[in-house]
Each structure stands twice: as C-alpha cells, then as structure tokens.
Design a protein around this ligand. Structure first.
Ligand code: ZN
Length: 275
C-alpha cells in the first residue's frame, strides 16, 4: 500500500466544513495545503461560475467532483423529466468549474418497488450519457447505505452499482465508493476488485461510523473516530488500481460547531493517521 507522504491526494467536500462559504472553503483549503475540493451544488446558487473558476485557479485548487446529481426515479413521468433537466444543469455547472465528475445520488420513490426505481435510474443515466460525454463530465453512481433505500437511493450496495455499470458499459459511467455507506458489506473486497478490473472506481469518499451513532445523517466521524476499517479498505482500493483522491466527506453537527480552521487541521491529521 502507498504511504500517504503528503496531502497531494487529499480532497475535502465543501459540506464537511459546512459553516464556510464556498469562497472560504477555497481559500482556507488552499492555504493549509489541501489542493482537492469537491463542491456541493447548493453553494453555487446565485454565483457567477466564471468568478468561482477564477478563484479556484488563483488558489491552485483542483475540483475533484461536483456533488450532486441523480434523483431519477419517480412515479410521475413529469418529475423524471425534470430530474433529467436538473442533471443536465449539473453537468453544465461541472463543466464550467472544470470538475471532471458529477456524483449521482440516484434516488428512490417510496411509492414504487425498488426494482422499478433501479430501472428508471438506469434509463435516466443512459439518457444523460451523450450530454455528459459532449461536455466531458463523467458520472459516478454512489451506492448508499440500505437505510436510505426508502427515498434516497435504490442502489444500496457496491454489487448493485457494479451490475448497473457493467450493464450500461460506458467509459463515462462509474462508481463513487463511500466507506460510510459500504463498510458493512462482507462482499466489499471482491466488489472493489471487480469495480477496479472494469476501471469503474471513479471516486472514493472517506469518514467514519461512530458507535453509538446519535444521528444517521449528521453524526459522521473523522477517520479513526469509529469502526470503519478505512486503512484496510484503502489497501483493497489500491490493490484494485485506484490512484485518485481520498475525499473527506463528513456531516457532523459536533464538528461543524468547532472552530473550522482547527477542524481543518484535525482533518489533515485524521487523513495521515487513519486513512
Ligand atoms: Zn459520499
């Protein structure tokens, strides 16, 4: 396994330091030696993307991904069409910011079977591929933990994401592997290797699962604060050929309440010591 000698493969999701504006994230990450940033779309509302791109360039930041598109399934055909339009907008935004990847939280509609939602997800992605290819933006299916199967993602394991990618069979569609969603799976190593063989590992998100967890959305931990074997998973990813960024994606009321500059230093320590 590669040693993590520096922060050249460290990326932070803007939502990790939620109290900061996008401009603050860019400036503070850059100043502390972190060059990778994954940008959450709500921060782009009302912004001039040319100005944001210029700020990213001035601070020598690399945009690893735009988060997030997806939410394809619905019992309403009109809503499925609106979702496609929103995904096209997300692809435009990614292109404007120089982001090579759009992360997809694929969605689910509790009014229909997961099978139907999965079919609509695959249809939606297939319809987006020509647009994504034309704009030079790849699409990453992010399987979520099964606790989100009701309304956030009908794709709840790396095996399902691999099945869908292999069925779609496009170099523009791969997977975002988030340890928070997938660590529990006894097939994880095999599915990571399978994903690697197919060149489908497009992104990796890291954090930790705290025990006990007091909130299933906003009580994530930094790597080393919980029970996810992040180092072991990194070894499997590298065995599978992954050489990209490790993206720290932590939603935590506890950590958002801290001084974000001190927290940024803790993120770096956690990356070095536990990733
Ligand atoms: Zn994630």
């Amino acid at each position: 396994m590669r040693a993590l000698k520096d922060f050249s493969k460290l990326c932070i999701h803007t939502q990790t330091t939620k109290p900061w504006s996008l401009e603050e994230c860019i400036k503070h990450y850059s100043k502390s030696g972190v060059s990778g940033i994954s940008i959450w779309r709500h921060l782009l509302e009302g912004k001039d993307l040319k100005k944001i791109k210029a700020l990213l360039n001035t601070n020598q930041m690399e945009v690893v991904s735009l988060v997030r598109g997806g939410f394809f399934p619905s019992v309403e055909a009109n809503d499925r069409e609106l979702a496609l339009q929103d995904n096209q907008l997300a692809i435009d935004q990614a292109s404007a910011l120089g982001a090579p990847l759009l992360v997809l939280v694929c969605g689910a509609d509790p009014r229909q079977a997961l099978e139907v939602s999965r079919r609509q997800i695959q249809d939606g992605i297939n319809q987006l591929i020509p647009y994504a290819k034309n704009m030079g933006v790849k699409l990453a299916i992010e399987p979520l933990h099964p606790m989100y199967a009701g309304d956030k993602s009908a794709i709840i394991s790396l095996g399902q994401a691999n099945d869908m990618c292999e069925s779609i069979a496009s170099p523009w569609v791969g997977v975002a592997i988030d340890v928070y969603h997938l660590w529990w799976d006894n097939q994880l190593k095999n599915e990571i290797l399978r994903c690697g063989i197919n060149k489908n590992i497009f992104a990796v998100h890291v954090c930790d699962w705290r025990v006990p967890t007091i909130d299933l959305l906003t009580d994530r931990g930094l790597m080393g604060e919980g029970c996810i074997p992040v180092r072991q998973i990194r070894a499997w990813l590298e065995e599978a050929g992954f050489e990209g960024y490790y993206e720290v994606e932590v939603f935590s009321e506890r950590l958002w309440a801290q001084d974000q500059k001190l927290y940024l230093e803790d993120i770096k320590k956690s990356y070095f010591n536990h990733t």
